[in-house]
Design a protein around this ligand. Structure first.
Ligand SMILES: [Zn+2]
Length: 286
C-alpha cells in the first residue's frame, strides 16, 4: 500500500511517497503548481496510493480549504473530491496543527504548545492528548490576536495583528517601510537605528505571543520552531529569560521551553494525520 504525505508552505511544496520499503521525495515551488493537479499527476503514476496526508499553510476545516495564500487550489473540498473520485482516504490539516502533533509525538508529551515563527506567526496546542481545534478549526491563531496598530494590512484584513510584528514577513514589511534593503537578517538590522527598532519590536511581540500562549494554554512544553527561530536560536534564550516577567507565574511552574529539532514537522505531522490522535479528535468534533 502506498501513502503520500505532502507539506505545503507559502513557498515550497514537499512530498514523500512511501511504499513500505522506500521513500520518494519531491520538492518544488508551491507557487507554480495547482495542488489538485499535482496530486492527480501522482495518482496517475501511482494509482495504488491508499492514503494522502496533507499539512497545509492556510485555513482548513473538515477537509475543505478555506483560504489559500500563495497556493493555487482549483477544488476547495479537497477531501471529498479525492475520496469520491479515487479509492483512497485523505486527511488535511493546517500546518501548525500538523507541527504540534509531530512535536507531541517527538517529545512523547500530552500537554504541549507549539509556537512557530517563520513567514507567519502560528501556534497550536495539544491538551491532555487532544488537539484544541475550536468550532472552525481556528483555535490558537495567535498571529491574528490584536497587538499594535501598523501602517500595513494583514492578510486577514486587520492592521493590528501580532503577525505584522512577530514574523519573517512582518519584519520584511517593516524593513521596506524604513527603506532597509537586503535579505532579512538580524545582523543587518543591527546596522541602523531603524533596524534596531524593528528588531526590538519583533522581540517584544514574540515575548507577548509566547507569554499569552503559555498563560492561556498552560502547557508542559512550549516548543519553538519555524525558520526565524531556527536561524536565530538566541530567541529561545530570550524567551526563557523574559517569560517570567510577562506570563502568569503558575503557568510557568512546570514549563519547559525548548527549540524544535524536527527537520520536517509538516511531513511528520501529515504522516500522523492517519494516526488515532488526529482521527479520534476529529471524530469527536464531527
Ligand atoms: Zn491578521
Amino acid at each position: 500500500m502506498k501513502k503520500l504525505f505532502i507539506d505545503i508552505g507559502g513557498t515550497q511544496l514537499r512530498s514523500e511517497l512511501h511504499d513500505g520499503k522506500s521513500v520518494r521525495e519531491d520538492t518544488r515551488s508551491s507557487r507554480k503548481y495547482d495542488l489538485v493537479d499535482y496530486i492527480e499527476l501522482l495518482l496517475k503514476e501511482h494509482p495504488e496510493i491508499a492514503f494522502i496526508g496533507i499539512s497545509y499553510a492556510g485555513q482548513v476545516h473538515n477537509g475543505v480549504i478555506l483560504s489559500a495564500p500563495n497556493i493555487k487550489v482549483s477544488t476547495k473540498s479537497i477531501k471529498k473530491y479525492f475520496e469520491s473520485s479515487h479509492d483512497l482516504h485523505l486527511e488535511i490539516d493546517n500546518d501548525l496543527n500538523c507541527a504540534v502533533m509531530a512535536e507531541a509525538d517527538f517529545f512523547n508529551c500530552r500537554n504541549i504548545a507549539a509556537l512557530y515563527i517563520g513567514t507567519g506567526t502560528g501556534s497550536s496546542v495539544i491538551d491532555h492528548g487532544k488537539l484544541i481545534r475550536g468550532t472552525e478549526n481556528q483555535a490558537f491563531e495567535i498571529g491574528h490576536i490584536p497587538h499594535r496598530l501598523t501602517p500595513f494590512t494583514c492578510g486577514c484584513g486587520k492592521n493590528n495583528c501580532l503577525e505584522l510584528y512577530a514574523s519573517g514577513s512582518g519584519l520584511e514589511r517593516w524593513m521596506q517601510h524604513h527603506h532597509i534593503d537586503g535579505a532579512l537578517s538580524f545582523p543587518l538590522l543591527e546596522q541602523s537605528e531603524a533596524g534596531r527598532k524593528i528588531k526590538v519590536q519583533f522581540e517584544e511581540a514574540l515575548v507577548f505571543a509566547a507569554s499569552t500562549l503559555v498563560t492561556l494554554a498552560n502547557p508542559e512544553i512550549l516548543v519553538l520552531g519555524g525558520g526565524v527561530v531556527k536561524h536565530n536560536d538566541y530567541l529561545v534564550t530570550l524567551l526563557k529569560t523574559r517569560l517570567p516577567e510577562f506570563a502568569f507565574s503558575p503557568s510557568l511552574r512546570n514549563l519547559k521551553i525548548v527549540q524544535s529539532t524536527l527537520q520536517q514537522p509538516g511531513i511528520d505531522g501529515a504522516r500522523l494525520l492517519e494516526s488515532s490522535l488526529a482521527t479520534s479528535s476529529e471524530a469527536k468534533d464531527r
